[in-house]
Design a protein around this ligand. Structure first.
Ligand code: NAP
Length: 275
């Protein structure tokens, strides 16, 4: 077990290191591939060793970077601390931390199993807050670093039938925006990334069929838009003008937006509620 008090000795010629959670597929994998193509070494986290190990080998072969895996369930207590300790095998402080791991839970709140709700609260909120508390001081001390918290456009208003999901994402937007102000003159950049509907396994695993009237983007588009917007120090909505329009409506007409969200997510019949 690496000792966080005796971290690796860093050399000047080392690539920057990015940590990406939930990197086995979807948006996290897109961030990882894009960062590898830009010369970042990687520490990639997920529970799925069978996917993650071949993925890092592919990145190493294609881009000549060093990529490491950390197989972990980030919904477990102490996950953030374990990630922090693991990261010190490779760098004293990473250059980038992307808190992306997450999942959706569709259906009536009262029907959701309590263990799944606890898993979501832990993964989306507790592990993210604890990770930032552990990694941010080193970034501030060095005077550089980036933290991206993958929230969602769903974090901008309450969403019936995605109640706790939208609430955890709202927490991430609020928390990120506050930290942007606290760290403004430190050289550290913090972003709440708010994707709209994105083509990944997310919808199938949450049990929600995506709305065909709303635009759909690719995971690559999310990662590209997010990284390009990093210097802006503002939450980024990654779905073009439709996303910004939705964000404006949500901000200025919240009751209307809440009703509209409920119409989109309301199941046609009770049997459509999967959880
Ligand atoms: N897709 C969308 O429409 C959309 C829209 C807005 C926001 N988002 C957000 O984008 C992020 C990525 O989602 P995605 O769309 O890429 O979904 P995805 O394809 O289902 O990927 C989810 C990732 O999170 C990881 N993960 C889930 N639970 C974990 C746990 N307990 N410990 C460690 N890793 C865990 C998964 O890894 P393993 O299963 O291998 O552990 C996987 O790599 C999420 O935070 C999601 O809320 C997605």
């Amino acid at each position: 077990m690496p000792n966080p008090d005796h971290p690796v000795v860093e050399r000047q010629d080392m690539n920057p290191l990015a940590i990406v959670t939930g990197a086995s597929r979807g948006i996290g994998a897109a961030y990882a591939r894009l960062l590898a193509s830009r010369g970042h070494d990687l520490l990639l986290v997920s529970r799925d060793e069978t996917r993650l190990v071949p993925f890092v080998r592919e990145l190493e072969t294609n881009y000549g970077v060093q990529a490491h895996v950390f197989i972990a369930d980030l919904a477990q207590p102490d996950a953030a601390h374990q990630l922090f300790v693991e990261s010190r095998r490779y760098r004293q402080t990473p250059d980038m931390l992307i808190n992306n791991a997450g999942f959706g839970l569709y259906g009536e709140f009262v029907s959701h199993p309590l263990p799944r709700i606890q898993e979501m609260l832990h993964l989306h909120v507790r592990t993210v807050v604890e990770s930032i508390r552990l990694f941010l001081p080193g970034m501030i001390e060095r005077g550089s670093g980036s933290i991206i918290n993958v929230a969602s456009i769903a974090g901008m208003i309450p969403i019936p039938y995605f109640a706790e999901y939208a609430a955890t994402k709202a927490f991430l937007v609020s928390f990120s925006e506050a930290l942007v102000e606290e760290t403004r003159d430190t050289g550290v950049v913090i972003q709440a990334c708010c994707p709209g509907q994105t083509e990944t396994d997310f919808h199938a695993s949450s049990g929600f069929r995506p709305d065909s009237l709303l635009p759909m983007q690719t995971a690559d588009q999310v990662a590209q838009t997010s990284l390009a917007a990093l210097p802006n120090k503002r939450p980024v909505v990654t779905i073009g003008w439709q996303g910004w329009l939705a964000a404006l409506v949500m901000k200025w007409l919240p009751r209307m937006a809440l009703k509209a969200a409920g119409r989109i997510t309301r199941p046609a019949t009770r049997s459509d509620l999967t959880s």
